[in-house]
Design a protein around this ligand. Structure first.
Ligand code: 13P
Length: 305
């Protein structure tokens, strides 16, 4: 078979021919991050998807990320190298269940984490990511009840920074981040006493309470670059280590637990990226009636700057 280097070269050639842009999340395999035109956190990826002139987007991430690109750019061809790359958190809420809860609560303002399907975004007022959840909550009218879906841990984190707001949570969670416990962090700190702890807000409050910094993937990268610490315990998906180490060759990064691996994020391989570009498939599309409503919630977030 072809070597990784040959495949990467073939992908670069095909990308030019197709006028395509390859977008990658930080949780992707190192070789995918290395061929990407742009790597980012969820917020940066949606901004980039909204503004690029490329005709074709190859989205190396999970399904909701490609869908968000399709919501923002209906005229573009959005490709996902493996359509089975789903997000279990996004599957923890349906538009029907959300509609029922909204009726029960008599019309709350709905904040939807970007890790949701287009159909759930279409039932929501505003989208947020892990980089701006607290700010999105703060932007809402103070007298309104807020229904935050579907990530309870991120909702609790945003609520702690907005103690004056009434927030109702959903029972969703990221199975990868949510499995971390305080004892996992305490054990890692014992092994690496000089290390700072950087954690993603999809972790439980007991884990975040032990962190020196809570941030999105890009926020963790910025923090590691600026910090005077020489060592870090990383409490997020292991893909982030690739950029952390690349940007800070003199610093040490320890994954808090070997369990911090998202199998869906690892479904994307060079071979599948090559085939997606060659075949212009599989494509991600959103029905126009859903898209029209979902785009309002996404654009409301992007308008916050
Ligand atoms: P960020 O990259 O926005 O921190 O989000 C991580 C994530 O949940 C991806 O599924």
């Amino acid at each position: 078979g072809e070597t990784g280097a040959e495949l990467s070269a073939a992908i670069r050639r095909l990308k030019e021919e197709r006028d395509a842009l390859i977008l990658s999340h930080y949780y992707q395999r190192p070789e995918i991050q290395d061929i990407a035109d742009f790597i980012g956190d969820s917020l940066e990826l949606s901004r980039r998807a909204a503004t690029t002139a490329a005709k074709v987007l190859v989205f190396c991430g999970v399904h909701f990320m490609a869908e968000t690109a399709a919501i923002l750019s209906p005229e573009k061809v959005v490709l996902i190298p493996d359509p089975r790359a789903g997000c279990p958190l996004a599957e923890m809420i349906t538009p029907e269940a959300l509609r029922a809860r909204k009726a029960e609560l008599r019309g709350p303002v709905v904040v939807a984490y970007v890790n949701t399907t287009a159909a759930v975004k279409a039932e929501s007022d505003i989208v947020c990511t892990s980089a701006n959840a607290a700010r999105v909550v703060r932007s809402l009218p103070p007298e309104k009840d807020i229904l935050f879906v579907p990530d309870r841990n991120l909702g609790l984190y945003a609520a702690a920074q907005n103690p004056d707001r009434k927030i109702i949570f959903w029972d969703g969670y990221c199975p990868i981040h949510d499995q971390m416990r305080a004892e996992d962090i305490l054990r890692a700190k014992q092994e690496h006493p000089a290390a700072e702890v950087i954690a993603h807000p999809e972790c439980r409050p007991e884990v975040l309470a032990l962190a020196d910094k809570v941030a999105s993937t890009s926020g963790m990268l910025r923090y590691a670059l600026d910090s005077a610490a020489r060592e870090f315990i990383v409490v997020t998906e292991e893909g982030l280590l690739h950029q952390l180490r690349r940007q800070n060759p003199e610093k040490k990064f320890h994954l808090a637990s070997p369990r911090l691996v998202c199998p869906n994020m690892k479904r994307t391989t060079l071979d599948k990226v090559y085939r997606a570009l060659r075949d212009l498939a599989p494509r991600v599309t959103v029905p126009e009636d859903v898209r029209e409503r979902a785009v309002q919630a996404v654009e409301r977030m992007l308008a916050l700057g």
